[in-house]
Design a protein around this ligand. Structure first.
Ligand SMILES: [Zn+2]
Length: 460
């Protein structure tokens, strides 16, 4: 929904909003599940059972095609890629390391030069949803979107989630006007069998009405941003409301799911979360299987894990995620540094899915504070675990100061602030000023996503 339509929509009475949501959902379904969706879903269905040798062959064929197309049709690669036809024909996965890595800023700066000149179909523009900096514009087509949905539904299928059943969504979209004070804080999309819940109205006063709505709906799964459902589960925990039996499973995506969020959500709902990690750039797809392992979907892209010293990471090591996507030839990204980090695993999974396993996604590589003595301090999201704080966000605008915005929990008192400061001092040292600021809510980015650290230092 564009912002003009959204403004009009938010002023409508509830029954008309439901009609708009219904029509919107009808149209979304038509776009998602028409065209190549069915044939492509069948085509990729068995790929995760291919053995390593077969996957490699498959990837190398795709890679060669991708390079040929890129050099022929994409101005940036025509100018910058030095491989000749015979080198491409002989290209192996192991040769990837000799190609340069692609920075996000390069794609931002030369966005138009990354778009294939062979594009004749209707194009779709997608924008990445970072909190800081300018968003990145990604160009694709309806067909590419359909392929992307085929991958998402394959993941649900592998995880054992009944995606044809009823769904409850807690995402980043604005469904209900912020000033609305009483329920319903949800709207129903019948063609998608999806109840869209507003993430922005969850609070102590409304939690019971939300829970009753979920009880009436009994969704087969909940599809959520981790931060939204975490907040929901925390209020329920605090008020002693049981969420058990409300749904069979939970699917999270769009933000990094932190272990402390998983713990609270799974405990309160009594069902497992299946988490998916992807991106608007459509060049990585990592998702949990029925046994809870994160598999890297190797037919979607090639994912490399590069350590800070430039070497490939081994099992247990943390590294930067670098990916080469197969599904968007309209805007090919080769060895693209997506900006997130993960921990490599040496495990094999017993679920039958042969795709490689990742230990876990850590999150943004720019999620760190720089101390006055130049140290980079990351992993701040679990720092306040166990403290009466619902959510926190760290903002650094000056080299010698950080602002910590906290949303208080019921047990928060005057000493909590001192304890939080102590906790942070252990990591950040004495030379940085820590300003703890109690707020009613943490502002979300344009796409409704929650970000732990915002640093305007590394931006400048
Ligand atoms: Zn598995």
């Amino acid at each position: 929904m564009n912002s003009k339509i959204e403004k009009i929509y938010l002023k409508l009475p509830v029954f008309l909003q439901n009609i708009v949501i219904m029509l919107y959902g009808f149209n979304e379904n038509r776009i998602r599940y028409s065209g190549v969706y069915n044939t492509f879903s069948k085509e990729i269905e068995r790929n995760c059972y291919l053995n390593d040798k077969e996957v490699k062959k498959w990837q190398e064929n795709r890679l060669r095609k991708l390079f040929n197309d890129a050099i022929e049709n994409v101005p940036y690669y025509r100018k910058n890629m030095t491989l000749n036809a015979s080198e491409i024909n002989r290209f192996r996965i192991e040769d990837l390391k000799y190609l340069p890595m692609l920075e996000k800023n390069t794609v931002k700066r030369y966005a138009d030069q990354f778009v294939s000149e062979s594009l004749t179909e209707k194009k779709i523009e997608i924008h990445t949803t970072g909190t800081t900096g300018t968003p990145l514009k990604i160009i694709c087509t309806p067909e590419i979107r359909q392929k992307n949905y085929a991958y998402f539904n394959r993941f649900l299928n592998i995880a054992g989630v009944d995606y044809n059943g009823k769904r409850a969504t807690f995402g980043g979209r604005i469904i209900v006007d912020y000033n609305q004070k009483s329920s319903p804080f949800w709207r129903y999309s019948p063609f998608q069998k999806n109840m869209l819940f507003s993430s922005y109205h969850i609070c102590e006063k409304t939690i019971e009405s939300y829970t009753r709505a979920l009880q009436r709906l009994r969704p087969s799964y909940i599809d959520a941003y981790p931060s939204s459902l975490y907040m929901f589960a925390k209020y329920a925990e605090q008020k002693g409301i049981s969420l058990r039996g409300l749904t069979k499973s939970i699917v999270t995506s769009a933000e990094v799911l932190h272990p402390c969020q998983r713990e609270v959500i799974e405990k309160q709902f009594g069902v497992p979360i299946y988490d998916q990690y992807g991106s608007a750039e459509m060049c990585v797809f990592i998702a949990q299987c029925s046994l809870g392992k994160y598999h890297i979907h190797s037919d979607y892209s090639i994912v490399e894990f590069i350590k800070d010293d430039g070497a490939y990471a081994g099992p247990g090591e943390e590294a930067e995620i670098v990916c080469t996507g197969f599904i968007n030839p309209v805007m090919p990204l080769i060895r693209y540094k997506i900006g997130d980090r993960g921990i490599v695993s040496g495990d094999k999974c017993k679920c039958g899915n042969k795709f490689p396993v990742l230990e876990r996604i850590i999150g943004r590589s720019d999620d760190y504070i720089i101390t006055p003595d130049g140290r980079k301090i990351g992993r701040l999201s679990p720092v306040l675990k166990g403290y009466p704080v619902r959510e926190a966000q760290y903002i650094q605008e000056k080299p010698d100061e950080i602002i910590v915005n906290v949303v208080k929990d019921a047990e928060y008192n005057e000493y909590t602030g001192f304890k939080i400061e102590d906790e942070l001092r252990k990591r950040l040292g004495d030379r940085i000023k820590i300003c703890i600021n109690c707020v009613n809510k943490i502002e979300r980015s344009k796409g409704g996503k929650y970000k732990t650290v915002i640093s305007r230092i590394h931006e400048s």
